[in-house]
Design a protein around this ligand. Structure first.
Ligand code: 9MJ
Length: 677
């Protein structure tokens, strides 16, 4: 008896929790928890209801396919229900799906070559568009799958939605379905504007797309950067369609309906898995947000034979990427001291699997962020890890804050060297004032000096550097070149062979380039690109050390702040002494002719940014060509950038360029430009 009362109470409390999150998500457009957590709650409820079917109630969130339409819009009955997709979270689950398909279709060994139409799974809002005699007559949201909201006025404002179909041969009546989404660049621009105006930010592009579609005033929707890709046909009358999904989409494209350019036909599970990893590796560089890929049995006849289960087709599955946001608990908050003394609050976490790896630390960026987000020890927080970016704490789940939490204050003294901590007014970053007295700053400077893009000393890891600093064996980079093999072999966890190899790579690192050396010195504000500009501008170290601020300002990429930092660095006798010792130990680089700043080349005055890998030339070569023609190359995209050159797998610079409307050049455009008239 008691057992069943407990079960009912548990069911009701889960349902209430899910209803609360439905409300936050669908009504307030302000979700509190990550999708992965919502999915877990839903699955928990489904499992509990499956075990206790007698307790299923009509008003349970499981009994609804999607969200109920809000009444402000007219409603639309979908003639054919708009289904959702089943999910596969692993290749094993994908294999199960494929096996079921083959069994149902009785394909036997032929199943290995079954054709699937594969496409990215867009993270936006599902819509239906109805065309009568080629004219757009209605747009609707998915709603609960059966009944959606009439958003005709809003979809008409989306430039990617044709108001009339083009070409010929389209059916008299055609209902197409797809995803309205907000491209990442547009989303960032929108949030930047909202931040400036002190307005509420959108949590993610999907939320922004869904919210934009449900504006009562179409002018508001029109001002939002929305786009669309169509991915299926609901029904077609008075005309015929091809008999493969992939060919139907080709046909839609010819009638002016946008389809995703990444879609592809693959064969069997292996083809699906290859597609999954290809799209996964390019996910960050796509201009829109996706949360997985979708595979659909390509043959429409086979789709019909497979049919549907209650909510989803049996012929399609969404293969999800690992969630990029997850929940966990903050065990502690510590301050890490960086190379420049910056104190970064870091949350120590209950380990959590997110973005494909287990994460136990996440950054809180700086003290202002920590205060703004009001993260406390004991809090349940959202952790985000996207691509290779350092995991960060996105925010706190207020409703899960325990009665007792502990707030963390900015320490007055450096947690490592006890020097005073200073934070300048208006600056977000607090710093340890200990300079090279602080062993953390010393260790971090050394790690930077030996890092791959600086002197590139292989085998000299963070642990070893920390040990060497802790025993006071190394104070400055120059001390690295006095290490002996015997000494290293005596260090903890150091095999003789590794000691030998390390000495060899220290020796090899002595032959470097001026750009790498300058970057390795760790001058504030001098990143890789600025170091490279300084190296090619001055050609040798002596001229750079002797340069006045006015001379430095002539270097592309160098403004007054950077120039002052460089001057301060070389005015410090201690720094010059280290440089001299390094050169005496044999660190050297080839010198080059200083650049002439006055140029009348064909690219005179044009500012370039390079991103991604070019197939026919190295980045350095590309850069030399631009400089040779009078142009400049800088490291980051700004309003001053004239062109961004895109190689293979461009990074965030592409998005920035799109947001700022900077001209983009692919490799062939670029080659044409530098080859001249
Ligand atoms: C998305 N979200 O990209 C479907 N979807 O197909 C794609 N969703 C879908 N297909 C049938 N590419 C139901 C939903």
């Amino acid at each position: 008896m008691n057992g069943s009362a407990d079960t009912r109470a548990k069911l009701e409390s889960l349902r209430d929790e899910i209803r609360y999150h439905n409300y936050r998500y669908h009504v307030l457009d302000d979700p509190e928890i990550p999708d992965a957590e919502y999915d877990r709650l839903m699955r928990q409820l489904q499992a509990l209801e499956e075990q206790n079917p007698e307790f299923i109630t009509d008003d349970s969130p499981t009994q609804r396919v999607g969200e109920q339409p809000i009444s402000a819009f007219g409603t639309v009955e979908h003639r054919i229900p708009m289904l959702s997709l089943d999910n596969a979270f692993s290749s094993a689950e994908l294999n199960d799906f494929h096996r079921r398909v083959i069994e149902r279709l009785k394909l036997g060994d032929d199943g290995d070559s079954l054709r699937y139409a594969a496409e990215p799974k867009l993270d936006g809002a599902a819509v239906s568009l109805l065309y009568a005699k080629g004219r757009l007559v209605r747009g609707a949201t998915r709603g609960d799958g059966t009944t959606g909201e009439d958003i005709t006025h809003n979809v008409r404002t989306i430039k990617g939605v044709p108001l009339r179909l083009i070409g010929k041969g389209y059916p008299e009546t055609l209902e197409v379905r797809g995803e309205v989404f907000m491209p990442k660049a547009g989303f960032e621009a929108l949030n930047t504007k909202a931040r400036e105006l002190g307005q509420k930010l959108f949590v993610n592009p999907r939320n922004a797309a869904a919210g934009s579609l449900r504006q009562l005033d179409p002018k508001l929707t029109a001002a939002r950067p929305l786009d669309i890709y169509l991915y299926s046909v609901g029904f077609a009358e008075g005309g015929s369609l091809p008999d493969r999904h992939s060919e139907i989409l080709d046909q839609l494209q010819e009638w002016g309906l946008k389809t995703c350019p990444e879609r592809k036909v693959v064969r069997g599970v292996q083809g699906c898995l290859d597609y999954y990893s290809d799209i996964g590796s390019r996910r960050e560089t796509l201009r829109y947000e996706i949360d997985g890929v979708v595979y659909k049995v390509d043959s429409i006849a086979e789709q019909r034979r497979l049919g549907f289960v209650s909510r989803a087709p049996r012929w399609a599955i969404a293969h999800k990427f690992p969630a990029q946001e997850e929940l966990t608990v903050v065990l502690d908050i510590e301050f890490q001291v960086g190379r420049t003394g910056a104190l970064t609050p870091v949350a120590r976490l209950e380990p959590v699997f997110v973005g494909g790896v287990t994460v136990s630390n996440a950054t809180l960026h700086n003290i202002d962020e920590l205060r703004r987000k009001d993260v406390r020890i004991g809090d349940t927080v959202i952790i985000r890890r996207a691509g290779d970016v350092i995991p960060e704490v996105v925010g706190v789940i207020q409703s899960r804050r325990p009665a007792k939490t502990r707030k963390v204050q900015l320490p007055k003294k450096c947690p490592v060297c006890k020097s005073a901590v200073a934070k300048e007014e208006g600056e977000a970053v607090a710093r340890c004032t200990g300079g090279l007295y602080c062993s953390a700053q010393r260790a971090e400077s050394l790690k930077h000096f030996v890092s791959r893009r600086a002197l590139d000393i292989e085998g000299l890891g963070a642990r070893l550097i920390e040990q060497l600093v802790a025993v006071d064996r190394i104070h400055t980079p120059a001390d690295l070149f006095t290490l002996t093999e015997d000494e290293l072999a005596a260090m903890e966890r150091m095999a003789e062979k590794s000691a030998q190899n390390l000495i060899r790579s220290i020796e090899a690192s002595k032959s470097t380039s001026l750009a790498r050396f300058l970057y390795g010195l760790g001058i504030r504000e001098v990143g890789e690109a600025t170091a490279a500009s300084l190296a090619s501008h001055f050609g040798n170290l002596e001229s750079l050390v002797a340069a006045r601020e006015a001379d430095l300002l002539k270097v592309p990429d160098v403004g007054p702040v950077v120039a002052a930092r460089i001057r301060t660095f070389f005015d410090e006798p201690h720094n010059l002494e280290i440089i001299e010792r390094l050169q005496k130990s044999g660190v050297h680089w080839p010198e080059s002719e200083p650049e002439t700043t006055e140029s009348d080349g064909t690219l005179a005055g044009k500012v370039f940014v390079l991103t991604g890998t070019l197939s026919d030339m190295s980045r350095d070569e590309a850069k030399q060509r631009i400089i040779g023609l009078g142009g400049k190359v800088t490291g980051s995209v700004s309003k001053k950038t004239d062109f961004v050159v895109l190689g293979e797998n461009p990074g965030s610079k592409l998005r920035k360029a799109q947001a700022l409307n900077v001209s983009l050049l692919d490799e062939s455009d670029f080659k044409e430009l530098i080859s001249g008239p």
